[in-house]
Design a protein around this ligand. Structure first.
Ligand SMILES: [Zn+2]
Length: 216
């Protein structure tokens, strides 16, 4: 009679950690590749608009704004903020009078949100500017050539021309300019009439210090 053999599998099998380690390495490489791709694509031209929107949202709202109509001085602008308009409205902006066809330019850097003809504003342009503010340019005679939602504009970029569209029909041509924050409409006049940046403030970042004058 054969002697009884003890059961073979008395001790547990040794765990093989190699597949788990390989899996972790593969996942880490995939994460790295995805991260690198996201970083690369964020800086590609097709991501320029979301990138600009992000940059604008991180900037403070400007404390000073240039007059968005050519040839108009800040002191020429009458502050009609809050003046009654019709039975149940007040004036939520500023009217900047100029000859029909005078260029209207963006007061800020921004992304064009909409270019449309509707309602009281008539031909109008909405621009998302720094600090979550929307800038409203209304009663335009015409829009700048090929201007469209999604365009990125700089201060001074042409948006259109002064006119009388919308409920400005029959009035002297003017731009109605409004600024809207998350909390509602803001009066643009104090910022249009604030002191502009001094030349020293306009030094580009990273510029070399002023060259040393060598006297002989
Ligand atoms: Zn107005």
């Amino acid at each position: 009679m054969e002697p009884m053999r003890p059961p073979a599998a008395a001790q547990p099998p040794r765990r093989d950690y190699a597949p788990i380690a390989r899996g972790i390495v593969v996942l880490a490489l995939i994460a790295l590749a995805v991260g690198a791709w996201l970083h690369w694509s964020w800086h590609q031209p097709f991501m320029r608009v979301p990138r600009t929107v992000t940059e604008l949202s991180q900037l403070p709202a400007p404390s000073w704004l240039p007059v968005p109509v050519d040839g108009v001085e800040p002191d020429d602008i009458a502050d009609t903020w809050g003046a009654p308009r019709g039975r149940d409205r007040t004036h939520e902006g500023v009217d900047i009078f100029a000859k029909r066809g005078t260029p209207v330019r963006s007061a800020t850097r921004g992304v064009v949100l909409s270019v449309r003809d509707s309602g009281l504003g008539g031909r109008q342009v909405w621009v998302l500017g720094p600090g979550h503010e929307r800038h409203y340019y209304a009663h335009l005679d015409d829009w700048a050539f090929a201007l469209a939602a999604g365009d990125i504009v700089q201060p001074g970029s042409m948006l259109g021309t002064v006119g009388t569209t919308g409920n400005a029909r029959g009035t002297p041509p003017h731009l109605h300019y409004g600024i809207y924050s998350a909390g509602g409409a803001l009066n643009p006049v104090p910022r249009l009439q604030a002191a502009g940046p001094s030349p020293e403030d306009e030094e580009p970042s990273g510029a070399d210090p002023a060259p040393t004058v060598i006297r002989r």
